[in-house]
Design a binder for this molecule. Structure first.
Ligand SMILES: Nc1ncnc2c1ncn2[C@@H]1O[C@H](COP(=O)(O)OP(=O)(O)OP(=O)(O)O)[C@@H](O)[C@H]1O
Length: 439
């Protein structure tokens, strides 16, 4: 294919990808280059390995689809990390997946908006990335869902790698840690598992609260922690609550979690939310006015993931209707999806609907009774209140017989699990939410 033609075709393919998959498109797609287009194989050069990995994991099929629609032929797509200019004679390197830690290219310090809600967490992650193992060890970040804990962990690892490319990093969710541990026991290769985790420079474990009630995993983690700590290797942990509030986790672990720095992350203020919407829009190559960013930040308050979701809906609506993003379009696009908090749902509304549905009395929910017929509606109330109002765990517990926030958190986790695995529970929750929203 002649050079000129291929370049033009490549531009059209990228344009098509933007249309087909606005959600995963990023502004840095402008930096992609055509490495080679030959024999039905399109090789795309990416600025760095993380971005190439993102494309391979997230966008491979949409690039194939776009290439096929532009050329009319079946096209395979490969992402490479190569020189920016197309140089067919230069051997490009195919992205290596393997056991390499997969860092998300969006989750960098540069893309993180700092406000009073996360300033300490941000500063401590920078400090740790500058000198892993030597400043705050362990670094323990906690906060409720979608406040940027994972983002900061990735940013810390990106930065540590930028400074020292050979930094060995292991990044696991706590669930992965537990599953890997169990598999290692079953396969009789516990030693490999231990060696793998204990020979890293930085160990990151997300959602450490999942260790609760898993005595053997806690024991294993205790030894992993000690081995790394004694060798001045960095440990970074996140959880949904402070170490002292983690239910059913051994004291010796809790006390270790507090050895370094414990940072709380709070929900962002209005100003920080506006800045985050603007940052996210910019990342996607979107041009949105301040009025739209303010509109989204005003409507969506619950968590940052929801802010992004709102932006995605607006963007996708603009793409499909082929209209520019205006405040009117944003209003139309968000419609009913805007936070239920909008409708001023109260905990009493929720309790009213749930007590009706299960034919129980409020006094039962507030009592100490633990029978399933009372405990389940009580837990459902807590779960719905957590998701449909902005009340804190303490406030929710207060409405339900003065229960403490760990009880509320436990209830929310339990119902979330049931919702995932039990169709009947999903139906009940959907029905209850519908009735509550109707008022
Ligand atoms: N301050 C911020 N600036 C920019 N983006 C942010 C910020 N805080 C959170 N986000 C974005 O919000 C989304 C959710 O963040 P993240 O996954 O890090 O939350 P989390 O606290 O780890 O939540 P969970 O406990 O549910 O895993 C991500 O896309 C992240 O980039």
């Amino acid at each position: 294919m002649a050079g000129q033609d291929s370049a033009a075709i490549f531009d059209k393919i990228c344009e098509k990808v933007r249309k087909l998959d606005p959600v995963n498109t990023r502004k840095w797609f402008d930096d992609l280059v055509l490495a080679q287009f030959d024999g039905g194989l399109l090789q795309i050069g990416c600025p760095d390995e993380t971005k190439a990995q993102y494309l391979e994991d997230t966008c491979q099929s949409v690039f194939s689809q776009a290439a096929q629609s532009i050329t009319g032929h079946l096209v395979g797509v490969e992402f490479t990390v190569a020189d920016r200019k197309p140089q067919p004679q230069q051997k490009s390197r195919k992205v290596e997946a393997g056991e390499n830690v997969k860092l998300h290219p969006d989750y960098t310090f540069e893309n993180f908006v700092v406000g009073p809600c996360n300033r300490l967490a941000h500063a401590s992650c920078i400090a740790v990335s500058n000198s892993p193992g030597n400043t705050y060890n362990p670094l323990f970040l906690y906060g409720t869902v979608g406040l940027g804990k994972t983002h900061l962990q990735h940013a810390l690892c990106h930065e540590a790698r930028n400074r020292e490319p050979n930094t060995r990093i292991r990044f696991l969710s706590c669930e992965q840690f537990v599953n890997k541990f169990i598999s290692a026991i079953e396969a009789g290769n516990l030693l490999d598992f231990q060696t793998e985790l204990r020979s890293v420079d930085i160990l990151v474990i997300d959602d450490i609260q999942f260790l609760r009630e898993r005595e053997q995993s806690q024991e294993e983690f205790f030894h992993t922690f000690n081995a790394l700590y004694n060798n001045r290797k960095q440990i970074v942990l996140t959880a949904d609550c402070a170490p002292g509030e983690l239910p059913a986790i051994e004291d010796r672990l809790i006390s270790r979690f507090k050895w370094g720095l414990v940072c709380r992350m709070d929900p962002p203020s209005y100003e920080t939310r506006v800045a985050i919407v603007q940052k996210k829009a910019h990342l996607r190559g979107l041009d949105i006015g301040d009025d739209i960013a303010e509109f989204i930040a005003d409507k969506v308050k619950a968590n940052i993931r929801e802010l992004e979701g709102a932006l995605t809906i607006i963007y996708a609506t603009a793409q499909t209707t082929d209209e520019p993003i205006t405040l009117d379009l944003a209003r139309q696009a968000l419609g009913d999806t805007v936070s239920t908090v909008e409708k001023n749902i109260t905990i009493s509304d929720i309790i009213g609907v749930v007590t009706d549905h299960f034919s129980v009395r409020l006094s039962d929910l507030q009592s100490k009774k633990r029978s399933q017929s009372i405990a389940l509606p009580r837990q459902i109330c807590m779960y719905l209140a957590r998701n449909m109002t902005r009340h804190s765990l303490e406030e929710i517990g207060g409405h339900l017989g003065g229960r403490d926030h760990t009880t509320v958190l436990h209830a929310c986790n339990k119902i979330t699990e049931l919702e995932k695995n039990d169709q009947n529970m999903r139906n009940q929750l959907a029905e209850l939410s519908k009735v509550i929203k109707k008022g």
